[in-house]
Design a protein around this ligand. Sequence first.
Ligand code: NAI
Length: 456
Amino acid sequence: MIYDCLIIGGGPGGYRAAERAGHCKMTVALFEERSLGGVCLNEGCMPTKTLLYSAKLYDYAKGGAHKYGVDSTGATIDHKAVIERKDKIVKTLVSGVAAQMKGAKVEVIAARGVIEGKSANGFLVKANGKVYEGKHLIIASGSNAAVPPVPGLKEAVASGDALTNREILALKEAPKKLLVMGGGVIGLEMASYFNSIGSDVTVVEMLDRIGGPTDLDMTKMLQAEYEKKGIHFLLSTKVVGVKNTNVDVENASGKKTLSADKILVSVGRRANTADLNAQAINLYLERGAVVTDDQMKTNVPGVFAVGDVNGKSMLAHTAYREAEVAVHVMAGIPDRMSYRAIPAVIYTNPEVASVGETAETAAAKSLKFRVVQLPLRFAGRYIAENEGGNGFIKLILGSDDEILGCCMIGNPASEIIPAMAVAVDRRMTCKDLGHAVFPHPTVSEIFREAVLSQVK
Ligand code: NAI
């Protein structure tokens, strides 16, 4: 049989592509060697969110609830039970994806797919000793945690002293002392969880800020909040050596050794291309990632790459959209990928969310812009539900009041940022958004407050 489409990888990029292709009446074979759902469902986004929700409830119970008139004296958290609940949720979600594949008539092959080469009709992929042929090929093989060449780190990962996102989400017992290497998204979310449940957490970050490209005022506030909760941050500090659970760090004041019970390695991710046999079809890679254009096409006609493997924006929601674009292009439906309005969220407590330009990126591009900042307390619902909260929003407005970007710190930023993603994506002005009606009372009303403050 010659399939219309072969897909390597069953994460958000691969399974969404398979589903779309199936619904577009294509015959599809999807290769997944581990579990459907990829990193997102099994060892990333979804498991982390279940842990963080338990932590949020516990945070309220142990400290915050009395501010709302609730007495929760004696609250405890059972980390093992939290992990068991996470496992149950992952199982449900994975079986949901399997059902989606069935519904779209996708053939799921539970094995690693390796590129064999080209054929007269398209491409060959080998799995479980069998060769499959397809007219098109979508590479959606994802990424894995980077383990940089820091002396001793590889050995610590092998022995289980150092953990990546995969292993830390399976820990049945919380470490008393956790050293987090890298203050990016994964580092901050895991630091937040383990701090909430009582671990002594230190974050070592080589830059002078946490949260990477997130708005600096917001990450400064986030850092201050977490310092109050007891997390230690060592900024402008690099991990230069690891011996078991002892970590050598270096900064402007010199070198010192920190000890912990476990180390989390969260210093970025690398595209999974090493085992693809990409050279069999002369696929062009740059720094290990498959190079794609805005239609997800690679240098090889008929071959597409979506999700983390193309290294453009390592987020599950980007992968979904890229997958749709790839399938549409394959099916002859006009479509293109745009990266200008992709929301980014750090699911800490408080949450930080942003979309589009920040003041820093707009300045770097020499755009004409101004910043409108408002406290979230201008939305009544925020006051009702965030006792003592001091979150805020920033809008980045261009010429003609076009909304170029938005960032916010405060709950529930992740749930309401999509409104601004639509505004940025559709190039709305303050007036356009001001004409939309938002439900009252919601925290999202802050967006209308902000834009209406600019409409004369
Ligand atoms: P990241 O790139 O967000 O952060 C890594 C941090 O490690 C950087 O701040 C970097 O300066 C620091 N670092 C690198 N080498 C270091 C060293 N030797 N010593 C100290 N610090 C060092 O990477 P992270 O957190 O591993 O996340 C990986 C990917 O997963 C990201 O692309 C992210 O978008 C995605 N992700 C997204 C989430 C979300 O949307 N909420 C959640 C989790 C992951």
